[in-house]
Write a protein of this length. Structure first.
Length: 248
């Protein structure tokens, strides 16, 4: 297939990296890559040894969007709904995953790349990151799911302005808009931040995600306060040391 999506899991840090790998097309996403993204994320969602998931692009670029070379065959008339359903099948997964899913944006993040980024819980942008939604330059309609997630993140006016102007946004401006969460000087600094997140109690973070999405029950919340990690957190606080969480 054209391009690939694959995961690398660092067992020592409990951080999994999902790589978008299509460097010849600046990591543009083919249909098969969208399907592969859904498969990879679905598998990681079930992996209790993964506490943080990062999505990155190879060779210093996040993703140049959907592969336009496929649009002539797959995005004509009503066929576009089938195409959008296939992309949406991947993009709904990050919010459903128990662990935080972080877009690590370097270089170009265009069109469908922005769709992937805003589907993530957190967007960390390296200083060279550039965001753009060029749908109005190509004459396409930005997919409904991606557009609604963009609006939820940056607000109606900013979302429409990004579409209407097709302007390119720097990492700093992306943070100001709410499109990105924070900027970093290098990807290495982002990796350090991901590893810090992965030292914290995973059940606490999972509960926060589920609660904000309206998916947590009283029993699940009570279980956290009966967990081994909760007891470890209290002991570590009393002993003035860093906690050693296990996810139990």
């Amino acid at each position: 297939m054209q391009g690939n999506v694959f995961a690398e899991v660092d067992a020592g840090t409990k951080v999994a990296t999902v790589w978008i790998d299509n460097p010849e097309r600046v990591n543009a996403m083919s249909i098969q890559m969208w399907e592969r993204l859904a498969e990879v994320l679905g598998a990681l969602a079930q992996d209790r040894d993964v506490w943080v998931v990062a999505i990155r692009g190879v060779n210093g670029n996040f993703c140049a969007g959907a592969d336009l070379s496929e649009f002539g065959d797959h995005r004509q008339g009503a066929d576009t709904f089938v195409y959008d359903q296939r992309t949406e099948s991947a993009l709904v997964i990050p919010r459903q995953m128990p662990m935080p899913v972080v877009a690590v944006v370097e270089g170009y993040c265009l069109g469908g790349g922005v769709s992937i980024a805003v589907a993530c819980d957190i967007v960390y942008a390296v200083e060279d990151a550039r965001f753009q939604i060029p749908a109005a330059k190509v004459g396409t309609a930005y997919p409904d799911g991606a557009l609604h997630r963009l609006r939820d993140r940056v607000g109606y006016a900013n979302a429409l302005e990004l579409i209407a102007t097709a302007r390119r946004v720097t990492a700093v401006d992306a943070v100001a808009l709410g499109l990105a969460t924070q900027t970093f000087a290098s990807s290495e600094e982002v990796v350090d931040q991901l590893r810090r997140i992965a030292t914290l109690a995973p059940r606490s973070i999972a509960a926060a995600k589920a609660s904000m999405d309206g998916r947590i029950s009283e029993d699940e919340r009570i279980a956290i306060f009966s967990s081994q990690d909760y007891q470890e957190g209290l002991r570590a606080f009393a002993e003035r040391r860093s906690p050693r969480f296990t996810g139990l």
